[in-house]
Design a protein around this ligand. Structure first.
Ligand code: SAM
Length: 267
């Protein structure tokens, strides 16, 4: 099987694409790093399709759409439909805050999305609003129910915690997930600018020796690692050139990233 291998021998098969830096929530931990450049450009639907076609030819097998909030893109269902038809991509999934999911889950599933991860840091309405800058948790819970009904399963819950899964909000999310048969992963709050990150509890993130990921920012730069300032511009290098350069530059482990925030790279 063709695939790109990085200098440490890691086989790189997983592409995470931030399709927009816009978001409809303002989670307090997800603000761009002070001094990070605000990049306005956003990849077009055609550019994203071409990117995934080239990636599939180079051996990428899994694609995750993230952001920003991917469901804010007016053409997100069409993007999913395009990507679901790319030969070689075996898994197409999305990370969303779920606010708009209730009205879109069925169309996304019909377009070929396999499953979703939904971010949920609290189930209490007041706490959720506090954490997200005014978000309505009921919309997220309806979105999760719609995703399950549409077959976007297993739905996985991403829950950001300050220190551990035993905090009250995290425990409540864990209980909610258990009661609804959902998987949950607890993500200890990271700080890109200070290089603080941990392994994701219940997931594969943050495990540098086993990392198989490359990320593409919403403005079309390919990043070898979430915790790296490096980014290879598709406009300058072409898609294949930028993907190959990022794989070749993949660091042994995460460092710091002061050039981007979670919103442009995608968490
Ligand atoms: N808007 C979508 C969402 O909320 O799921 C996708 C983008 S969001 C940046 C992706 C994930 O990154 C979310 O699960 C979010 O909680 C996580 N995230 C954002 N900032 C983080 C931080 N400082 N530490 C850990 N996880 C973070």
């Amino acid at each position: 099987m063709v695939s790109l291998i990085d200098p440490l021998g890691r086989r790189i098969t997983y592409l995470r694409i931030s399709v927009t830096r816009r978001c409809n929530l303002r989670c307090y931990y997800c603000a761009p790093a002070p001094g990070a450049a605000v990049r306005a450009g956003t990849m077009s639907r055609e550019r994203i399709l071409e990117l995934v076609r080239v990636a599939a030819r180079l051996g990428f097998r899994k694609v995750r759409l993230t952001g920003g909030e991917p469901l804010l893109r007016a053409d997100i269902v069409e993007i999913v439909r395009d990507l679901s038809r790319v030969a070689g991509i075996e898994e197409l999934c999305m990370t969303t805050n779920g606010i708009l999911l209730a009205g879109m889950a069925r169309d996304l599933a019909a377009a070929g999305l396999r499953r979703v991860n939904v971010s949920l840091d609290a189930v209490d309405a007041g706490r959720y609003a506090q954490i997200t800058g005014g978000g309505d948790v009921e919309k997220v819970l309806s979105g999760i129910a719609a995703a399950v009904e549409a077959g976007l399963t297993p739905v996985k819950i991403n829950c950001v915690v300050a220190e551990s899964a035993s905090e009250p909000d995290a425990r409540a999310v864990g209980e909610y997930a258990l009661a609804h048969g959902l998987e949950v992963r607890f993500i200890r709050r990271m700080d890109m600018a200070r290089g603080l990150f941990w392994k994701v509890q219940g997931g594969a993130g943050g495990d540098c020796p086993r990392c198989d990921r490359i990320r593409v920012t919403s403005d079309g730069r390919v990043k070898p690692c979430l915790f790296s300032d490096r980014g290879f511009d598709i406009d300058a290098l072409g898609i294949e050139g930028a993907l190959r350069a990022a794989v070749a530059a993949k660091p042994p482990h995460g460092g710091v990233c002061r050039t981007d925030g979670f919103r442009s790279v995608g968490g």
